[in-house]
Every structure is written in structure tokens, then in C-alpha cells.
Design a protein around this ligand. Structure first.
Ligand code: BGC
Length: 276
């Protein structure tokens, strides 16, 4: 089974067709720069362009770097504030003509890591943290996601954790890896106090450079680098939309998206047939 995954970030909008059995990309990864003014009507055409580039007709899973509550964006810390209260499912369904589901970017990356990456077969409490422009979080109990956690905004020394310890801040403030890791350790200690996790998965752009800072990180929990690197969001988004039973219930919450969920089920059946 296949679905298209699209990952919207502060710097790029990336997408590819995903093999949902293997958690791998079936098409080239397409990337467009996020426009400097990243308001909804500037980003939606890029999403539509990726759908067209992939010649895709079927379910599209899309990540967004903020809280996405039943398809509606609630916060936009690192993108244009005009996203707040936008029904992202409706926006992208109109732009693409495809059935769409939208979820938080860190949740998507976590979902992919739990199935195909560093969190495979992990039981107990797992916390995925993504370090990039901001800090994203995804919390799992026995592999099941608690959606829309926002621990990048946990106050540490009077500031949002992401304003002290996001990967972007390391560059902006010219911190050494050790100085930056000390800040990350403070954040991880707070997370350990509140959640007593079994495992932390460190993801986002920095996971590629894990060997530069891993020896500085100190936690009681096991701590491991993410494995799917910049594909995690795309893969997780595709997995999320492919779960058609939940897509149907979201369709109900969105009224006129009902037909879309039904069509997605038809498309999926057709795609299954093609595979055999
Ligand atoms: C947002 C989160 C997002 C994270 C990573 C934070 O600023 O509030 O929703 O997951 O950045 O993009």
C-alpha cells in the first residue's frame, strides 16, 4: 500500500510517495523552499505542486509545525501567524483535490520512528524530541501516540525550551556542541522529572550529527538517535493518512470531507489491487 507524505517545515516543504509496508520512499524526495512569507495561501500551492510532480491521485498525509486539532491549526510558533485557526484539511483538499489528513510534524516523525526506526518494538514510555528551528515532541505509551504535546515550549530558566536549545539557537548564538548539549541536558532533566520515560529518541536536523554531541548528553533513560533522518516526517504523514478507519471519523468531523474519505477507501482498494 502507498500514500503520499508531505512535510511542511520552516525552511522547506518536502514530499514523496511512501511504501507503507517498508517505510521507504518510492519516489524521489521533492523539496521546495518555504516562502519567506509562509502564510496558508502561499504554502498550499507548493503542496499541490508536489502532488502534481508525483502524478499522485489518492490520500495525502501532511505535517504542520504547530498544534493541529482535528485538522484545524491552533498554533504557529515558527511559521506565519495567519495559520492560526485555519482548517488545514479543507485548505489542502481544495488545493490538491485529494483526501487529506494533517498532523503535527514531531508526531509524524515519532510515528514513523516507532514503526520503522529507532523506536521499533519499544514498549513503555518513549519520548521523541526533534531539534530544528524549534523543538518538537511526541510521547508514546507502548507505541501509541498522545497527540499534540508541545514540550518545546516548556519553560526553562524563564524561557521556552526551544528558545534556548533548538538546533537553530546553537548556530545563532554560536554555541559549541558541549555548550548546546548542556542546555539540552537541562531540558531532558525536566522531561525526565515529569515523565520518567524509558527511552528518548533525538531527531530533527541534528540527528545526522549525533556523534558530535551524544557523549555530552546525560539521562537516566536510554537515549538513541532517530534513524529515518529527514524522511521521518514524510513517512509518518503517509502512515497517518493511510489509516483510513480514522480518516473516516475525521471526515465526519469535517462534514463535506465525508466523500473524500469514501473516495480514499476506493483508491486504496484500487492501489492494493495494482500491487498484486
Ligand atoms: C511547535 C511544535 C512543532 C515544533 C517543531 C514548535 O515551535 O510549537 O508544534 O512540533 O516547533 O517544528
Amino acid at each position: 500500500m502507498q500514500a503520499l507524505g508531505i512535510d511542511i517545515g520552516g525552511s522547506g516543504v518536502k514530499g514523496a510517495i511512501v511504501d507503507l509496508e517498508r517505510g521507504t520512499l518510492l519516489s524521489e524526495r521533492i523539496r521546495y523552499d518555504t516562502p519567506a512569507e509562509s502564510y496558508p495561501d502561499a504554502v498550499a500551492p507548493l503542496v499541490a505542486q508536489i502532488v502534481a510532480d508525483c502524478a499522485w491521485r489518492g490520500p495525502v498525509g501532511i505535517t504542520f509545525p504547530g498544534i493541529v486539532y482535528h485538522g484545524v491549526v491552533q498554533t504557529a510558533a515558527n511559521v506565519d501567524k495567519r495559520w492560526t485557526n485555519v482548517d488545514a484539511v479543507k485548505l489542502f483538499e481544495r488545493a490538491t483535490g485529494c483526501p487529506v489528513r494533517v498532523l503535527n510534524d514531531a508526531d509524524a516523525a515519532g510515528v514513523a520512528e516507532m514503526t520503522f526506526g529507532a523506536g521499533r518494538n519499544q514498549t513503555g514510555v518513549t519520548i521523541m524530541l526533534t531539534f530544528g528551528t524549534g523543538i518538537g515532541s511526541a510521547v508514546f505509551l507502548d507505541g501509541k501516540l498522545l497527540p499534540n504535546t508541545e514540550f518545546g515550549h516548556l519553560p526553562i530558566r524563564g524561557k521556552d525550551a526551544e528558545h534556548r536549545a533548538a538546533a537553530r539557537i546553537r548556530k545563532e548564538e554560536n554555541l559549541s556542541w558541549e555548550q548546546w548539549a548542556e542546555r539540552v541536558n537541562e531540558f531532558l532533566a525536566a522531561m525526565e522529572f515529569f515523565f520518567s520515560p524509558d527511552v528518548f529518541i533525538v531527531g530533527g536536523g541534528v540527528s545526522k550529527k549525533y556523534d558530535k554531541f551524544m557523549h555530552f548528553l546525560k539521562t537516566r533513560a536510554r537515549i538513541v538517535p532517530a534513524q529515518l533522518l529527514n524522511e521521518a516526517g514524510i513517512i509518518g504523514a503517509a502512515m497517518y493518512v493511510a489509516d483510513l478507519s480514522t480518516a473516516q471519523s475525521q471526515g465526519a468531523a469535517h462534514g463535506d470531507a465525508d466523500w473524500v474519505a469514501a473516495e480514499a477507501a476506493d483508491d486504496a482498494e484500487a492501489a492494493d489491487g495494482d500491487d498484486e
